[in-house]
Design a protein around this ligand. Structure first.
Ligand SMILES: Cc1cc2nc3c(=O)[nH]c(=O)nc-3n(C[C@H](O)[C@H](O)[C@H](O)COP(=O)(O)OP(=O)(O)OC[C@H]3O[C@@H](n4cnc5c(N)ncnc54)[C@H](O)[C@@H]3O)c2cc1C
Length: 540
């Protein structure tokens, strides 16, 4: 083991919260080491519904969370303009729904008071006929509807933008690096021991250690000898590789829960469940029952939902604060910053609970607690300081496209990930050839991701630039992606094959719960083609 490195703060966990804390503290001039055992945003953050929202549902029992979410959402959509887009919901009222149109509209009138905080528009009420005209896929039984506006975001890029800015301001950030132990001396936490991707172990000393590991925070707490109580709740989504509706749509599940079909920029997320989770956080499976539950709920509102072919599923575990008895859906999304000094773990601070939509505020309050501890009197600037690529207005995609020889769609997608740095990305990669046609992703962007964005696996590339995220799920581009990433990272030919094989296996696991009979036949065909191309005999 090498000699310990020294930092002001070690932040454990590279989800949106940890990345936000690393950025906040670095901008305040502290030296930060950020450690993530997987990839940036690959935990709960990446498997969220990709929404920056206020949560009108919480108005019924947790008014303050809605208000705080809306206030912070307002900041997030301003500092991350390239990463966000408006998501307009159509909330249909069906026969026998829990809420009639009057109740629904009253709720929206209350929510409208919060909408300006996040730069969103007020609701509109539609007759059944107007709703059907706007959204022909709705059931003809629809009685009336209201609209509601929220924001969509790419959480992987949001997390990475925070990491990138932290690094630009002096932080060290390591993905695929697991904290295995906390270094303690009596009642004081002095640092961490960690293992990097190549198996090397190291030690880092710090004046404060922050536990921002979301649902894993009790595990890290145990390393410090403190008890952190969460009530982890699993949620799943079905992913369609395209839009299947004009609007995002909500529906009521068989047990009266709100389900959402979120029409994101080029794909659709249908979710979500909310169930107490007691299993292994590192191995969370999607069950066919859960898929059926979602489809059953949506079929009543959007009758042809089963005709569409999903491309994968996602699942994550909410880091909800512990509360006895409450029904999962009614649990508060509040957060708590816990200083463990009084529990014999001075120097150790945990941030638990919360939501993606208020990650910046959570990061600010956690950073305030760290600064108080270290006697460092510098205020947070993250509410107004743009994330990388948002410092100025982007040019029109058509202009970038014409200058760089790519399609306007490719330019727009590139800007949505890199903002005003889009051209720099193309320049670095040297070629504007399109590698993934579904998205589309240029080869240059992949090269950039491998050189500058800590992409170490093909799954990292999927998260960073959306390669293989489209309808073909990588069938047409994963081998070429492995070539490009492998060339940059110095992989041998067999390492490139292994990487592609591993990606295909992982993608299959995410797809299996949504394969119907025809889907299995297609899958067999695709797997057969892949075996032929890769010499993949399935035995390893
Ligand atoms: C199905 C679902 C849908 C959701 N939808 C939304 C939504 O649309 N909008 C919204 O606002 N919120 C949503 N949420 C909630 C939101 O996603 C979470 O509150 C938020 O992403 C949590 O972020 P985090 O950084 O705290 O945790 P995580 O993203 O889980 O990050 C914690 C990280 O810690 C790492 N880690 C763990 N142990 C170690 C270790 N020993 N060493 C190093 N690293 C470690 C993990 O790998 C992980 O990446 C949703 C949640 C779920 C489950």
């Amino acid at each position: 083991m090498t000699a310990p490195s020294a930092h002001d703060v070690v932040v454990i966990g590279g989800g949106v919260t940890g990345a936000g804390i690393a950025r906040d503290l670095s901008l305040r001039g502290l030296s930060v080491l950020l450690l993530e055992k997987g990839d940036w945003g690959a935990g709960t953050s990446g498997s969220s519904s990709w929404m920056i929202h206020g949560g009108p549902r919480y108005l019924e029992f947790d008014w303050d969370t809605t208000r705080l979410s809306c206030v912070d959402a307002g900041h997030i959509v301003t500092i991350a303009r390239n990463l966000v887009y408006r998501v307009v919901f159509l909330i249909p009222v069906m026969p026998h729904d829990r809420n009639n149109i009057e109740r629904m509209e009253t709720a929206m009138e209350v929510y409208d008071r919060f909408q300006p905080l996040k730069h969103a528009h007020p609701h509109r009420r539609l007759t059944g006929q107007e709703a059907l005209q706007a959204e022909p896929g709705l059931s003809p039984d629809v009685i009336a509807a209201v609209t509601m506006e929220e924001w969509g975001v790419d959480p992987h890029r949001l997390v990475y933008a925070n990491v990138q800015d932290a690094v630009a301001h002096g932080a060290r950030a390591l993905n695929h690096t697991r904290v295995t132990e906390l270094v303690k001396d009596g009642g004081k936490v002095l640092g961490v021991r960690y293992r990097t991707a190549d198996g090397a172990t190291s030690e880092a000393r710090a004046r404060a250690v922050v536990n921002a590991t979301g649902p894993w925070s009790p595990e890290l707490g145990a390393m410090a000898g403190v008890d952190i109580r969460l009530r982890p709740a699993k949620g799943i989504h079905i992913v369609y590789p395209h839009r299947i509706s004009n609007f995002s749509i909500s529906a009521e599940s068989v047990d009266g829960r709100d389900l959402l079909m979120v029409a994101h920029a080029g794909f659709t997320l249908l979710g979500t469940t909310d169930d107490d989770f007691y299993g292994d956080l590192d191995s969370v499976d999607v069950l066919e029952d859960e898929v059926d539950y979602l489809l059953q709920g949506f079929e009543r509102v959007f009758p042809r939902i089963r005709d569409y072919r999903p491309v994968r599923t996602t699942t994550g575990v909410r880091p909800t604060l512990f509360k006895w008895r409450k029904y999962e859906d009614e649990l508060s999304r509040r957060y708590e910053v816990i200083d463990h000094a009084s529990q014999d773990a001075d120097g150790f601070i945990t941030i638990a609970g919360g939501k993606l939509s208020m990650y910046r505020l959570m990061a600010e309050e956690t950073s305030d607690a760290v600064c108080r501890k270290l006697g460092h009197q510098v205020a947070s600037t993250t509410a107004s300081r743009p994330l990388p690529g948002n410092e100025s207005d982007p040019e029109a995609p058509a202009e970038l496209a014409a200058r760089c020889g790519i399609s306007a769609l490719a330019a727009m997608k590139l800007q949505s990930r890199h903002g005003t740095n889009a051209e720099k990305v193309l320049d670095e990669g040297g070629t504007s050839r399109i590698l993934c046609r579904c998205e589309p992703v240029t080869e240059a962007e992949l090269v950039y991701a491998a050189r500058r964005e800590q992409v170490r696996t093909l799954a990292d590339a999927f998260r960073r630039v959306g390669v293989a995220a489209g309808p073909c799920a990588g069938a047409a581009c994963i081998l070429r992606t492995a070539e490009v990433i492998g060339r940059e990272l110095g992989w041998s030919a067999s390492q490139r094959f292994d990487a592609a094989r591993e990606f295909v296996r992982g993608a299959w696991l995410g797809r299996a719960p949504v394969l119907n009979q025809a889907g299995w036949a297609q899958e067999e065909l695709a797997q057969g083609a892949m075996r032929g191309l890769m010499g993949f005999d399935g035995s390893r």
